[in-house]
Each structure stands twice: as C-alpha cells, then as structure tokens.
Write a protein that binds this ligand. Structure first.
Ligand SMILES: [Zn+2]
Ligand SMILES: [Zn+2]
Length: 372
C-alpha cells in the first residue's frame, strides 16, 4: 500500500516552549525529525517534508472562543501569566507558536483533502486538552479539534474518526464533540483515577445525538502491549468499519510508552507500530488512504523520537531496521545531556493475567453501556 506521505516540519516548532524546567520539551520534535531523516525515510520519493503555515485567527475560532484567543494574545505579548491552573504558563510569542502548530495540522488537512498526499504527520500537534474557552494540560489551542471543524467547514466532511492513544484522556476533543454524530471518537488512556485530566470513563458514550460514538477505554497503570493490543483489535477495526469515515485522525501521544516520566503505562514501539498499521489499512480500505497523524504527549526523551519515527515509517508503509545512527546518538547527547537509546524498536511487553482481566472488564463495561 503506497500513497504519498508528508511530514510537517519547521524549526519554529521549537518555539512552543513552556519554560526550561517544564516537562514538555520541544526538542523532542526536532529529535524526531532528525531521527526520521537519519533513518533515510526522507530520501524516498514518496515521502516529502511540508513547511507549515500559521493558522489564521478565524481558523482558530472554528473551535475556540474569542475570549480565550484574546487572552492568549495578551499574555503572549506580555510574555507571562498562567493560561490554566498552573500547568500551562504563557511565554513571549506563545500565540504565534501555537498558531503555527494549528496551521501545520490545517495544512496537513489541505494536502490530504486535495489528494496531494494520502497521509500526513504533524509531530508538533495533538494538543488535545485545550477546551474552547481555556488552555489545559500544556495545550494552548487544540489543533485536532480545530482540524475537525476545518475539515467539516471547508471540505464538507460528514464522518470523521478521531482515535486518541495518548496516555492522557483527550478531554478537549472528546467533550468538544460530545454531542456531535459526525465524529467517532475512540480514546485509549490510563485510567483517570490515576492520571490527569481524571476523565474518560466507559459510561461516557456521547450525548443524545451521538450516543455510542464516544468510546473511552481507561486502562490500569502498568498495561503493556499484550493487553492493549488485544483490546484495540477487539474494539477498533469493526467500530471504524461500521462508521464508514471519510478521513481518519489519530493522536499518537508517546507518553503511553514504558518509562514515561508522567504516565504509567508499559507500551513499546510495537503497540505504536501495530496501531498505526491497522489504522493505515483501514484508511486505505475505507477512505482512499486519508489519514492524518498528530503527535501529542511524551516526556522521556529517549523514547519519543523512536516512537514517532516508527509510527511515521508505518504511516509511510516502510519498515526500519533496529539501528540508531551514530551521528543522531551524538546529537541526542548534545541536545539533551541524556543517554541515547540503543535500539529503534523495543521487545514487546507481556501482561499478567490480572491486567488482561482488568482490560477485558473495561471492554465488557463499555459494551454494557453501548447495548443499553
Ligand atoms: Zn498508505
Ligand atoms: Zn499525554
């Protein structure tokens, strides 16, 4: 399966910096780009880099309220202030930096809808916590949510799938379209009893107009590849086929990976490869390959570039060997002061019967709400 693939990238993505001691490190996006390049993926004719554009205010207003946009503009000029309870500090130029991230996702939508590329990846995107009226959880503007409304308004898309595999619940997108029957939203995340934002339980299946189209799968801490993929394969392909989307959007937060600094799942590159591979097949089967992949969370620098390089290669239909190129490892050390990873791919993590049983129970609970 081919189809041309584009990677949205600009060094300006690094301007989205919430401060030197903040856990969200923008250098992870640069390291991802560099690893993708080092592994030779950008030498392929079918893989092209697209320089992103900045989203207009009018476009941001497709999802966000004017007061929120004004506040971001004011704090951005001032270069200080908190945009939420404390996790998301403003910085000089934050309006421009986050408008570029939104613009990258909208540019990706344009390329896909124009048929120029089948697949696109915006590693700086996936800022899924921002709500229409406020920033939240390191996210100033919600680029997946703006993309959903942009696709509907500009391209008259009637049916979209949004899958979110970040370790945190994608609350901004989920509640932003909770009553909306045009969006099938499936969200796998660490159980909100243990992790921010504390939402996303199986009984939340969508408002009246959209009952059964919002699916939340809260996972126990420690969930590994085995239990995760079992649940994913059981639930996702059939549900997506039944919905018949015109485009597939996936938020691919890398913080579900084992040893993430903020979350407690135990996934490896294998889960990311398999999820993206399945969604890629579904995109070709159901919607001419139209598939937009976003980044998201991811706080352990030795993991994020590997996870996203594997995801991007899978999106482009390429297989990569296990090597980490030496020049990249050296640059990794220089930029982070940390030890580089030894291998691109991980060994899969097996689950004990307790975790598998718990995840099975979550699917059963979800099924009980869906049949009510
Ligand atoms: Zn393809
Ligand atoms: Zn996250």
């Amino acid at each position: 399966m081919g189809g041309r693939t584009t990677l949205l990238y600009s060094e300006k993505f690094l301007n989205y910096s919430l401060g030197p001691f903040h856990p969200l490190r923008p250098v992870r996006v640069k390291l991802t780009y560099d690893l993708i390049q080092s592994k030779g993926l950008l030498n392929e004719d079918t893989v092209v880099v697209t320089v992103p554009r900045v989203a207009s205010e009018e476009e941001i207003l497709l999802f966000h309220e004017k007061e929120h946009v004004r506040l971001v503009q004011t704090y951005s000029e001032r270069g200080s202030g908190l945009l939420d309870g404390g996790d998301t500090p403003a910085f000089k130029g934050c309006f421009e930096a986050t408008s570029l991230i939104v613009g990258a996702s909208l540019g990706a939508c344009d390329k896909i809808m124009a048929g120029k590329f089948a697949h696109a990846f915006n590693p700086s995107g996936g800022l899924h916590h921002a709500h229409p009226e406020r920033a939240s959880g390191f996210c100033i503007f919600n680029d997946p949510a703006v993309s959903v409304n942009y696709l509907r308004k500009k391209y008259n898309v009637k049916r979209l799938v949004y899958l979110d595999i970040d370790a945190h619940h994608g609350d901004g997108v989920m509640y932003g379209f909770y009553n909306d029957p045009s969006v099938l939203d499936i969200d796998f995340h660490e159980n909100g009893k243990f992790l921010f934002p504390g939402t996303g339980f199986p009984d939340e299946i969508g408002g009246t107009e959209a009952k059964g189209l919002k699916l939340n799968i809260p996972l126990p801490p420690g969930t590994g590849d085995e239990a995760y993929l079992k649940a994913f394969h059981k639930l996702v392909p059939d549900t997506v086929r039944k919905f018949r989307p015109e485009i597939i959007l996936v938020q691919c937060g890398a913080d579900g990976h084992a040893d993430d600094r903020l979350a407690h799942l135990r996934l490896t590159t294998n889960t990311y490869r398999e999820v993206v591979s399945e969604m890629h097949s579904l995109a070709h089967e159901l919607c001419d390959g139209r598939f937009l992949l976003f980044g998201g969370g991811g706080y352990t620098l030795a993991n994020v570039p590997r996870v996203w390089t594997v995801a991007f290669a899978t999106l482009a239909g390429k297989k990569l060997d296990n090597g980490i190129p030496e020049p990249w490892s050296r640059r990794f050390g220089e930029l982070t002061g940390e030890d580089p990873p030894n291998n691109l791919h991980d060994n899969p993590t097996r689950d004990d019967s307790k975790t598998i049983g718990e995840v099975d129970n979550v699917l059963e609970e979800l099924a009980s709400y869906l049949t009510d």
